[in-house]
Ligand binder design. Sequence first.
Ligand code: ATP
Length: 233
Amino acid sequence: MKIGIFGGTFNPIHQGHLAIAEEVLKSVGLDWVLLIPAGRPPHKKERKVLPAKHRMEMARLAVQGHKKIEASDLEIARGGKSYTIETVKALERNYPKGTEFYLILGLDAFLEFPTWRSPKELTTRCHIVVVSRPGYRFSDLSRLDFPGRPDPERLNELDAGRRVRLDLPLAAVGHGLSAGNRLILIRVPAHDVSATQIRDHLSGGKRFKNLLPPLVESYIMNHSLYRRVKSSS
Ligand code: ATP
């Protein structure tokens, strides 16, 4: 069985997230994608992050009608900071032996991957799938100190659209990493949307179209989320 692990703050979940999950499902041939909102994201300023119960509810609403995508409260239920390595270990305990895990990341997130907790151990436990994101270039991966770092010319080909996918062994240069795991870089159609942009629109009372799943948009409106609040500082 092949399971995709798609973590994020999802503050809020948007159409870009869903499109990526669907594209990776198809392109990599996954059986299932678990969309896992972080309880406390280690990389984001907590003051700006909506309480977990709202982000979880929006994720549940967003996946309705997406047959092979499930919202999981694994990280929220665990409490504390949400380190992906702990999530992967928990999933390994919950799924049958032999299940293959695919960690799904946008290119912006993957460029930060070396600062995560236990990045090398993660690469021994999961395949890594990285999707393109407007404003970021695959060729920037050349500056990362990362095992199995791809050849710059092939990264340029991805950026230029002459190639849509690059599939490499993660253990190309050793480091005692699991020989079987892959790094899969995929150029997906551009989804020029971010949660920051959506929060800015909402707090400014601006209208926008098609950036949010309709049920999520209704949830936000019904609960008056992301309205501008007067700062006490
Ligand atoms: P924010 O603007 O608050 O930083 P975000 O839109 O980047 O939020 P996250 O919840 O932080 O959303 O992202 C979860 C994952 O989805 C990350 O791996 C991120 O790279 C990826 N991602 C989010 N939006 C896109 C997009 N438009 N294209 C490609 N990847 C994306």
